[in-house]
Write a protein that binds this ligand. Structure first.
Ligand code: 4GX
Length: 243
């Protein structure tokens, strides 16, 4: 999978792409990420990429020419790819979005800075706009890294052979259960006995219960107004007394 990234700060991606799982995927050639400096597409001695907003107001806006020109240049250098702008105005990026992007041969990510980009960039050169969360970053780069990370780990071969991203799909819609490793006792806190029991059915039931309880207390909106998850629905159905 290829990610092409347009940014004013390509250097921000260096350690991210060289480290841990992403680093290994890049070295193996499963993941290819190419960063392009938006400034290289700006004209004039000073290669200016921003300007004051029409109508007044504080802050600066990214000029359309370097972005539209940069996107055109990158699009021509590879297979057909969706052009995605990162911004708080975008459609929320969720796990389903990551699965969808992981199916693509190539994705082009555009990182804005300042107060945003000239509206004509969206009109002329952007296919989709996505947000990684309801908060304001100083630029699209951290958002782009989140998108690359969450999508690339779903590409076959990126995670180790012993780790499957399908396991988290199994419990989709629920928060993870608590995890423990050695030592068995730490600062007077013990690992729950059930996890040492070797009874796989009891362990699975305990984890399910913990996931449900954690979701209910921390993220009730994940359960609100929606049907219970498939597995739970079956269990409830079996327990229902029939006349
Ligand atoms: N999820 N930001 C982008 C500048 C900007 C604004 C509008 C293009 C259009 C963000 C987020 C985010 C801050 C990145 C504003 N660029 N991006 N930047 N949340 O907060 O994606």
């Amino acid at each position: 999978m290829i990610f092409d990234i347009l940014t004013l700060f390509p250097e921000m991606f260096t350690s991210f792409l060289a480290t841990s799982i992403m680093g290994r995927a890049v070295r193996r050639g499963i993941l290819q990420v190419r960063c392009y400096a938006i400034r290289d597409f700006a004209k004039g001695k000073h290669r200016v990429t921003d300007d004051v907003p029409y109508g007044g107001g504080s802050g600066m806006v990214m000029k359309p020419e370097p972005l539209v020109e940069g996107i055109r240049f990158v699009r021509e250098r590879g297979p057909e790819a969706p052009v995605i702008l990162l911004s708080p105005q975008g459609v929320p990026f969720v796990q389903k979005t990551a699965w969808e992007l992981a199916q693509q041969a190539r994705v082009i990510l555009v990182c804005g800075r300042y107060e945003g980009v000239d509206e004509r960039v969206r009109l002329l050169a952007v296919d989709r706009e996505i947000s990684v969360g309801d908060f304001v970053l100083t630029g699209g780069e951290l958002a782009a890294m989140a998108v690359v990370d969450a999508s690339a780990r779903l590409v076959p071969g990126v995670l180790g052979d012993d780790q499957s991203p399908l396991e988290e799909t199994f419990s989709a819609g629920l928060l993870e259960y608590p995890q423990y490793t050695r030592p068995r006792e730490y600062m007077q806190h013990h690992v729950p006995d059930v996890l040492l029991s070797g009874d796989h059915k009891r362990i699975a039931d305990w984890r399910r219960q913990q996931s449900l309880e954690r979701t209910r207390t921390r993220r009730p909106e994940l359960m609100d107004g929606t049907a219970p998850p498939e597995e739970e629905r079956k269990r409830l159905d079996e327990e229902r007394p029939r006349s």
